[in-house]
Design a protein around this ligand. Structure first.
Ligand code: ACO
Length: 319
């Protein structure tokens, strides 16, 4: 039996730190409001000339080094992003070229904040099917490009960054299971509603969100997802060592932790410093906790995400 193991992780954040106090100079908000509703204290924003692929490249190089891999070892590249550099080619192809990986398949996955979960799940299926041996899976975003900076209800939430993992075929787990879902009936609750083929609204699309409804759906959906994931393995509350959630909001994260029976000390939280980096948030949080020594080899980790679509999903793994 072939399993998929995480061989190395990487992360990258752009240099520019934007605090809540700085945002309060341009929109009618306050540090107190943002921290109490979301837990966010600051976020990083990409420079004017810095692209999603630039962030992805930095994170990918760190992950390759951590995995002890050369670019030539990689035979699949997937980038989860909602904010690609170009309409086409895929950011994964641009990244592949930067890294000198020529020939193996490379494609983007668009599942917004759940994108990395989708991408990691696809890589797992490629590896278990014997279609590849080593995959580079990246979540990278420049959400700042699609934020409406005049809308205080959304602009305080998002940030830019990239996280990456290198995964490889192994005889022992590894990824134990993945669970993916979507329901397009909720397409209008959280959206950047201008696309390439719909010319009725101004380009580019800006994020709009019905925050209360998204909040309620996120909490109830993640509750059910945790139950589904634990049941698939006959696991009880407390069998999971670490929760690595999508970093949207500390109140949503705390509700999921409670469902898992985990104290917050066993939850990786980066939203306070990163904001919501959409598809980058889970691999960035994972890399943070691997690097600071919290997540160790053998630990059971639950990653979960929820985002626009709606999309939602989980990856349960032994690190
Ligand atoms: N600063 C100050 N006041 C604000 C701000 C702000 N940045 N934003 C909104 N307000 C005001 C509103 O105008 C409203 O004022 P009013 O009562 O005079 O009309 C008041 O605060 C309350 O607004 P609500 O939207 O009801 O605030 P709520 O308590 O729901 O918090 C929030 C908003 C934080 C967005 C919340 O709905 C939430 O966390 N939603 C989850 C969505 C999320 O995190 N999305 C991220 C993307 S999706 C994902 O990644 C899962």
């Amino acid at each position: 039996m072939t399993y998929t193991r995480i061989l190395g992780t990487g992360g990258y954040l752009p240099d520019r730190v934007v605090t809540n106090a700085e945002l309060a100079r341009t929109v009618d908000t306050s540090d107190e409001w943002i921290v109490s509703r979301t837990g966010i204290r600051e976020r990083r924003l990409a420079g004017d000339r810095e692209t999603t692929c630039d962030l992805a490249e930095q994170a990918a190089r760190v992950a390759l080094e951590a995995a002890g891999c050369q670019a030539s070892d990689i035979d699949l590249v997937i980038v989860a992003t909602t904010t690609p550099d170009r309409v086409f080619p895929a950011t994964a192809c641009l990244l592949q070229d930067r890294l000198g990986i020529h020939g193996p398949p490379a494609f983007d996955v668009q599942a917004v904040c759940t994108g990395f979960i989708y991408a990691l799940s696809i890589a797992d299926k490629f590896i278990r099917a014997g279609s590849c041996r080593r995959a580079l899976v990246v979540g990278a975003e420049t959400m700042s490009r699609i934020v409406d900076w005049s809308d205080r209800s959304t602009c305080v939430l998002f940030g830019d960054g990239a996280g990456a993992v290198v995964v490889g075929a192994a005889d022992e787990p590894g990824i134990l299971s993945t669970h993916l879902h979507a329901d397009g009936a909720y397409k209008d609750l959280l959206t950047a509603n201008t696309g390439v083929s719909d010319v009725r609204a101004a380009w580019p699309g800006r994020i709009t969100m019905r925050g209360n409804e998204v909040f309620r759906m996120a909490v109830t959906t993640l509750d059910a997802l945790v139950g589904e994931t634990l049941a698939a393995h006959g696991l009880a509350q407390g069998d999971v060592r670490w929760l690595v959630p999508h970093q949207a909001n500390t109140r949503i994260i705390a509700a999921t932790a409670k469902r898992l029976g985990l104290p917050m000390e066993q939850v990786v939280v980066t939203v306070d410093r990163h904001g919501n980096t959409s598809g980058a948030s889970i691999p960035l949080a994972f890399d943070t906790a691997v690097r600071d020594g919290r997540i160790r080899r053998g630990d059971v980790v639950l990653m979960e995400g929820f985002g626009g679509g709606f999309t939602w999903g989980s990856v349960l793994l032994t690190f």
